[in-house]
Design a protein around this ligand. Structure first.
Ligand SMILES: CC(C)(COP(=O)(O)OP(=O)(O)OC[C@H]1O[C@@H](n2cnc3c(N)ncnc32)[C@H](O)[C@@H]1OP(=O)(O)O)[C@@H](O)C(=O)NCCC(=O)NCCS
Length: 150
C-alpha cells in the first residue's frame, strides 16, 4: 500500500472507535471524555477502498508543561498493525497539525507511549519530560510541537 493512496478526513467519533479500541484498549471500551465536544476533531486515514487504517483525535486542552496561547492535545493515535510503516500515522499527524493551525492553535502536545516516542519525533514532536507512568498502560513521555504563528 502506498502512503500516497491514503486520504485523511474529519469523521464522526463512531468511525474512529473500532480501531482505537482494537489498538489502544485491547478491544475494550474506547470512548474518552470530550469525544463529543463540538471543538474535538476526529480524523481517519482510509485506503482507496474505504478501509480505516488509522485514527487520531485532537482537542483544545491546556498543556501541562509549556505556556501557549491556544494549546491542543493529540490523543487516541492508532494505526492498523497491517498498515504500519506505510505512512498512515504521519499522514494523520500532518493533517492534524495543519487543522489545528487553521483553527488558531499554536501548540500540540501528547502523552506519548514510550514505544511511540520515535514515531512522534519523526513527525515533528520533541520530548519535554522524563518518563511517567500511566496506570494500566505503562511508561509515557510528554511531547509537544509548536506551530508557526499565523
Ligand atoms: C505509533 C503508530 C501510530 C505509528 O503509525 P505508523 O502508521 O506505523 O507510522 P508511519 O508509517 O506514518 O511512520 C512515520 C515515521 O515514523 C517511524 N515510526 C513509526 N513507528 C515508530 C516507532 N514506534 N518508533 C520509531 N519510529 C517509528 C516510521 O519508520 C516512519 O519513519 P520515516 O520518517 O523514516 O519514514 C503505530 O505504530 C501504532 O498505532 N502503534 C500502537 C498504538 C500506539 O502506540 N499509539 C500511540 C499512543 S501515544
Amino acid at each position: 500500500m502506498s502512503s500516497t493512496a491514503l486520504t485523511v478526513e474529519e469523521v464522526p467519533v463512531g468511525v474512529v472507535l473500532p480501531l482505537r479500541s482494537a489498538v489502544l484498549r485491547g478491544g475494550g471500551p474506547a470512548g474518552m471524555a470530550g469525544d463529543d465536544d463540538p471543538a474535538t476533531v476526529h480524523l481517519a486515514a482510509r485506503t482507496p477502498d474505504g478501509a480505516v487504517v488509522g485514527v487520531v483525535r485532537l482537542a483544545p486542552a491546556p498543556c501541562p508543561w509549556h505556556a501557549a496561547r491556544a494549546p491542543w492535545q493529540l490523543r487516541g493515535m492508532a494505526t492498523d498493525p497491517a498498515a504500519r510503516g506505510t505512512g498512515a500515522g504521519r499522514a494523520l499527524v500532518d493533517a492534524g497539525l495543519a487543522l489545528v493551525a487553521a483553527r488558531g492553535g499554536d501548540l500540540v502536545w501528547c502523552d506519548a507511549r514510550e514505544v511511540a516516542v520515535g514515531f512522534y519525533e519523526r513527525t515533528g514532536f520533541t520530548v519535554v519530560t522524563g518518563p511517567y507512568d500511566k496506570p494500566g498502560i505503562g511508561p509515557h513521555l510528554g511531547m509537544l510541537v509548536e506551530l508557526p504563528g499565523r
